[in-house]
Design a protein around this ligand. Structure first.
Ligand SMILES: *[C@@H]1O[C@H](CO)[C@@H](O)[C@H](O)[C@H]1NC(C)=O
Ligand SMILES: *[C@@H]1O[C@H](CO)[C@@H](O)[C@H](O)[C@H]1NC(C)=O
Ligand SMILES: *[C@@H]1O[C@H](CO)[C@@H](O)[C@H](O)[C@H]1NC(C)=O
Ligand SMILES: *[C@@H]1O[C@H](CO)[C@@H](O)[C@H](O)[C@H]1NC(C)=O
Ligand SMILES: *[C@@H]1O[C@H](CO)[C@@H](O)[C@H](O)[C@H]1NC(C)=O
Length: 544
């Protein structure tokens, strides 16, 4: 990742003059999206959903490594709106990340064209609405980035390739849920689980006997880790958030909130229909379960028998499974050279950051924090304020790189970091629930996880050879997870809990990866079409 060569051969001047901050050589794909409210009935009761071009979930984005995606989003809602692209790294271009710290919201009735490049990426990801509590209403969809034609993929082409979005769901609409959080209360337990926006047996995937299929499973839900399994079938894991994995066979797979996995499933059983089962993890005695159908085209019968049970509270099962997920070092990733040619474990880290999550009350209201700071948004996106040198919006260093042990407080937390640093980040979860952390702008190596508190001696058990590189990692209850990350992407990057109520109530911050250089090789300027808001209103995105 450190070795990315920026910008091809285009000189800086030409690049600067392009309407968009994109590299002209690579193909373009254009999307026009109209975001509206619409009535949906995923759990049998009508509720207000967020649709994209009339669809719930939204359309999948198909792309190939290095494609430029030009996505014109029309906000036909009555509130400001933004879409973020979970796992798309936005190299040198955090302005397009679509979270409130990087991008001004699209006002109701207006539009904004995102200009993304899926630079040096492959794999399965998803997009979602990042503001308010919109994610509880829809507006999400799959993103797949295929390998370029000449780059080998370490398994035969599947007969079909399905997006499978799983997530917990409430019957209440997002405005009601948001109001609960705004009052400083916790959300109740969700009402059900959806597969591709449908309730029990609402979704069916047709397969032909003898053929092999790819399922791209993402947990786009709000809080629960989910176990995924298919009656009578095993799944071969092949890809995790852009990394081709050792091809290991599993009977069920834990997908923590925010994570994406690709599995291959062969229709190698007698021709009938089989249950696809998704159930909540670590919630017992309350366990939510839903089912879909794997339908053989020559099926002799409907689904029968009880849906297979899965793990519920067992942490060791999940931890051992997580440790078994490894990078296939000899397989190609987005580039023709093998994924193992970057020896992440031989590089000395230059800094250790330790992040501890906590929950508590501030002024009588429920809040969540990282290293004691509960994030509150500023009146201007941080990246935009940074670009225009608008003071007073945030302070670099407003969150410590280590837990302070002090009480929780509110701030617009931004941590400074140097471009090209090679950091170790330890997520320590002293709470009795499972966490899931996402870092925007990056993939990182998950070098270790275990129960208890992290100490420097924990390093002796790190996997420095074939750990998986991904963008979202779980941290088990009263446990730690350690990652290595090469800070090779300048910008303002959101680090957040994927537990959405926690994210909403402050369990997030921004990492400002900084270089004094103003070269376009390091970072693009603000997009010409950027909407400007807050204290940046009325500024110009380009000199006259
Ligand atoms: C979006 O959809 C709404 C409802 O169908 C329609 O009224 C509006 O004109 C559409 N806007 C665009 C930009 O297509
Ligand atoms: C809004 O859409 C129009 C095309 O309908 C496009 O020309 C314009 O650039 C878009 N606005 C932004 C801010 O991207
Ligand atoms: C959300 O649901 C409540 C009822 O719980 C209803 O009063 C409100 O109008 C709904 N909001 C929207 C925007 O549909
Ligand atoms: C790793 O990738 C190589 C190269 O594509 C492939 O031949 C091999 O089967 C893979 N190994 C495993 C265990 O997945
Ligand atoms: C890492 O640090 C060790 C001890 O300080 C040193 O001996 C080694 O050469 C360093 N390795 C690299 C790759 O810089």
């Amino acid at each position: 990742m450190l070795l990315n060569v920026a910008g091809g051969t285009l000189c800086a001047l030409i690049l600067f003059q392009l309407v968009a901050n994109v590299v002209a050589d690579d193909p373009y794909r254009f999307f026009n999206w109209n975001v509206t409210y619409g009535t949906i009935y995923p759990l049998g009761v009508p509720q207000q959903g967020i649709l994209i071009n009339g669809q719930f979930p939204g359309p999948d984005i198909y792309s190939v490594t290095n494609d430029n995606l030009i996505i014109n989003v029309f906000n036909s809602l009555s509130e400001p709106f933004l879409i973020s692209w979970n796992g798309v790294q936005q190299r040198r271009n955090s302005y397009e990340d679509g979270v409130y710290g990087t991008t001004c919201p699209i006002p109701p009735g207006k539009n904004f064209t995102y200009i993304l490049q899926v630079k040096d990426q492959i794999g399965s990801f998803y997009y979602f609405p990042s503001l308010a509590f919109h994610k509880a209403a829809g507006g999400f969809g799959g993103i797949r980035i295929l390998s370029r034609p000449l780059i080998p993929v370490p398994f035969p082409d599947p007969a079909a390739d399905y997006t499978v979005l799983i997530g917990d769901w409430y019957k209440s609409n997002h405005t009601d849920l948001k109001a609960i959080l705004d009052r400083g209360k916790k959300l109740p337990f969700p009402d059900g689980i959806l597969i591709n926006g449908r309730g029990p047996n609402g979704v069916s995937f047709t397969v032909e006997q003898g053929k092999t299929y790819r399922l791209r499973i993402s947990n786009i839900g709000l809080q629960n880790s989910l176990n995924f399994r298919i009656q009578g079938h095993r799944m071969t894991l092949v890809e995790v958030e852009g990394t081709h994995t050792l091809q290991t066979s599993y009977s069920s797979l834990d997908v923590h909130v925010g994570q994406s996995y690709s599995v291959l499933v062969t229709a190698d059983q007698p021709a009938q229909d089989y249950y696809i089962v998704v159930s909540t993890r670590f919630t017992a005695p309350q366990v939510l379960t839903t089912t879909g159908v794997l339908h053989y085209s020559n099926s002799a019968g409907r689904v029968s028998g009880p849906p297979p049970g899965g793990p519920t509270i067992q942490i060791d099962f999940s931890l051992n499974q997580a440790r078994s997920i490894r990078t296939n070092l000899t397989a190609s990733g987005p580039r023709p050279n093998p994924q193992g040619s970057y020896h992440y474990g031989l590089i000395n880290t230059t800094r250790t950051i330790k992040l501890v999550n906590s929950a508590g009350q501030i002024n009588g209201k429920q809040r969540y924090a990282v290293n004691s700071v509960s994030f509150i948004p500023a009146d201007t996106p941080l990246k935009v304020a940074d670009y225009f040198n608008i003071g007073g919006v945030f302070r670099v260093g407003s969150i410590s790189g280590n837990p302070t042990g002090g009480g929780m407080y509110l701030d617009t937390s931004v941590m400074g970091a140097d471009y090209r640093a090679y950091v170790e980040i330890v997520f320590e979860n002293q709470e009795d629930l499972i966490q899931s952390w996402h870092i925007a702008g990056y993939n990182f190596w998950v070098v270790g996880m275990d129960g208890g508190l992290w100490t420097p001696a924990s390093r002796s058990q790190y996997n420095l050879r074939d750990a998986v590189s991904r963008c979202t990692t779980q941290v088990y209850p009263k446990s730690w997870t350690a990652i290595y990350m090469a800070l090779d992407n300048v910008g303002m990057w959101n680090i957040r809990s994927e537990f959405w109520a926690r994210q909403y109530l402050g369990q997030q911050f921004y990492l400002r990866v900084y270089t004094p250089s103003t070269s376009l090789r390091d970072e693009y300027p603000i997009p010409k079409n950027a909407l400007l808001c807050g204290r940046a209103s009325g500024r110009r995105t380009r000199p006259l």
